[in-house]
Every structure is written in structure tokens, then in C-alpha cells.
Design a protein. Sequence first.
Lengths: 250, 250
Amino acid sequence: MSESPVAHDPPIYRRIADGLRARILSGELRDGDRLPGENTLMADHAIARATARQALAVLINEGLAVPKRGSGVYVRLFKPIRRHGSRRLSREQWGGGRAIWDADARGRPFTVDEVEVVREEASEEIAGLLATEEAWVRRRRYSVDDRPVQLATSYFPAPLVDGTPITLPDTGPGGVYARLRDLGLSPAHFTEEVRARMPAPRETRLLGLPGGTPVIVISRTAYTEEGRPVEHNEMVLDSAAYVLQYDFDA
Amino acid sequence: MSESPVAHDPPIYRRIADGLRARILSGELRDGDRLPGENTLMADHAIARATARQALAVLINEGLAVPKRGSGVYVRLFKPIRRHGSRRLSREQWGGGRAIWDADARGRPFTVDEVEVVREEASEEIAGLLATEEAWVRRRRYSVDDRPVQLATSYFPAPLVDGTPITLPDTGPGGVYARLRDLGLSPAHFTEEVRARMPAPRETRLLGLPGGTPVIVISRTAYTEEGRPVEHNEMVLDSAAYVLQYDFDA
């Protein structure tokens, strides 16, 4: 190991970023305010343009600021969505007629701005996960505070859900899990896989991601008590908008 | 919404990447093999250099290939580590004298290539999380198959662990959780927070990350049965090396 994992003094661009972040988090700089530009940072700290740019890039990557072409970098305050892995999928949530994503929002309205529902031939992966050749596929985008934060694509074994509200844009109170329950196929166990990667261009467009923002990809399969897979959901999250929380016991 | 969330035909660079990925996953291209270069891809597919570069960048970002300066892009096969959020932290694991990270490895040797243990003044964040002014801090790097995959920094309330093996590089069978148990402070509940972001330069160096690879950041706090916080661990993972798995019930 050529370098010790010990913490060193942070480099200058990071100390500048730390200072700007403190001014944002203290409320001195507010949502929509323009941050000091590259020229100002260069003069104030006697640094090169590349260093000033790096300092601003830190805040952009953290989702605290957003560049506007030709005009500078602006504070973008967005309280991260705290997505609680297990609580949100409890029977109390969907059994009580509430939408799953309402558990994440804590009073901030989640909106689904488009829903597409189609019956498709299952890909090899989906066929393997759901033991089906044909799938009903629900694609949608979620926004919070007018900001797109998540793309989600759910797959259901077609023979199980043909002719049910799961094939309609509006699935009714409690959503698809409550409808699976109506069919005697209540989800009982969930497996979530979490990965991170850079977004595909289509994801960058649909989520309005600034450069250098990774996405979190969550692949979840829902199983009945008997172990029958009833849904697979692929979610792509703006990493700057989310904190995922998982609680468990030793 | 200006664009439907419907799947479209993938762009050419992505189809080329799909083809190369299939050849890697089928075993036709093997670990260490050189991928077709930009010039070859340009000639074979009648595309611009930027498009060829994009195709190769997809595989690099996915961790399936690695660029070598001035020599091309090579297959780098590395089966992702499946990190099981809850099973690995079960009492059976550390209570039985096994290392936590052995649960992830499934027969592949995890190595800790450097451990630093120091007593430090707690940062404001750590002081708040652990209710302590001074902390013992354990910093280490983990590698699998000679590849660095994770940096981890654990914090303990200093008055609780002063003079115990937790302050030594080698903490003995079962590691720090077994030692906390010896002190009557068995971890009973865990909260993990998962984020993704681009790496800091130091993280890029220590993890040997190729350009465009995000990191997954896991912040975990361990609590005793009585709710007393006994450890906080900040982990920085190479996102191309990990899949996080969480299982839970409805």
C-alpha cells in the first residue's frame, strides 16, 4: 500500500468547498443564490482556475449546487429523500391503502408524472426471476418538489395479473401490492440489491442529472409467503436526492 | 415530461458495448484480453472515434474492462462481492469468532492491508452519533483478489474501549463486535445509511478506481439492546466491485 489510509489535511479545493458548504448549510447562502464564480475564488484564494473549478465541482457532485450554462453555479437546496428499506414495504403501509412512496416523502408530495403500462415478452433476466414468458410492465417517473428523482420499472408475471387493475395506469388504493393481496398473492418477503454506476444518457435526460452525478440502482423482487415471485422492480435513483436507510438486528 | 419513459432502441455505442459485454460474459474474451481498440471499432462499425470511446467507456464504468495508458482497454473480470446487509452482522458470525467481512467473501480471501488505530478528538458528527468527545478510530483498507475494494473507518467512544483489544491492530477472534460483547456491550441493532457519489481524489488513489467509477458510501451505527451507540463505521466501496443485498419481510 503506497499511501496510508490515514486522514491527511484536505487539499485546498476541498477546504474551499467545505467553506462554501458551511455557508449553504448555515443558511447564509440560500436556495437559488449564485455561488462565488471561478474568477472570484481564484482572486480570493490565490488559486488556479482548475482548482476553483474543482471546488465548485465538489458541491455540484454533492447535489448542493447546480451549474447554469454561461451564468455560474447556483445553490440548489434539496433535502435528500430518506428511503427506509423495510418500513416502507410493511403491510401497514400498502394494506392501509397508502402508496409505498408516501412513506419516503414525509409530507413532501411525490408525484408520478407519467405511467406506461404494457404487456411484453419477458427478457431472459425477467423470465428467470419471475418464471414467466410474458410480463406486464409498468414504467413511471417520480418527482419531488418538481425535481425528477426516480425512474421505476415493475414487472409482473402476465398470466397472474391479466385483466386486473395492475394492468391499468391507476391501480387504486394501496397500489399494486394491495392488488396482489386481492389476488391472494400478498408480498411477504423482499430482496433488494443495491448498486451504483454512472447513468446512461437516457437516465441523465429523464432525471435531469448534472454532470458527474451517479445513479443508485435498486433491483427488488417480491415473493409470496410460499416463495413465489410476484413482482420485480428496477429503480434508478438520482444519487444526490436519496439516502437509503436499512435497520436490522444482530 | 418531454420524453416518455418507454424503452427506445439503444444508441449505437450502447449496442457495441452490449456485443462486447456478451463476448466477455460468454467467456470468448477472457480476463486480461485486450478489447478491440478505437480504430478497429471505428472501421468495423463505421463510427466516429468519440462513439468508439463511448462504447469502451460503458464497459469500463461497469467494471468489466480497464484502460491501460497508451496500450488499450483490457478485460478485467471481477465477480462482484455480494454484501448481505443483515446476515453478515448476525451474532452467529462474530459470536462464532469469524470476521464480519468473511461473510461477504464466499471463499475468496479478503485481506486487510493496513490498519491504523488512533485515539482522536471526535468530530462534531461523530461526537453527536456516539455521545463522546474522544474516539478510538480504526482505519483500514480491504482487498479481494489483490484488488482494493473498500476503505473503512470505525469510531468507538474512547472511555468505553480504552485499554481493550479494540485499541490494538489485531482485535482477536470475531473482531471488534466480539470484544464489545466481552465488555457487556453487544451490538444488537444496526442502522445503515447508503449513498452514492463520485470519489474524492484520495479515495480514487487508495481504491485504484478507473475514471467514471462512483463509490458507495455506507454509514452504519451499532447500538446495544438498550439503545446505546457503541460504534460508527464509515465505509467507502468501489461501486464496480459490490452488490449490496438486503432481505426483509412485508
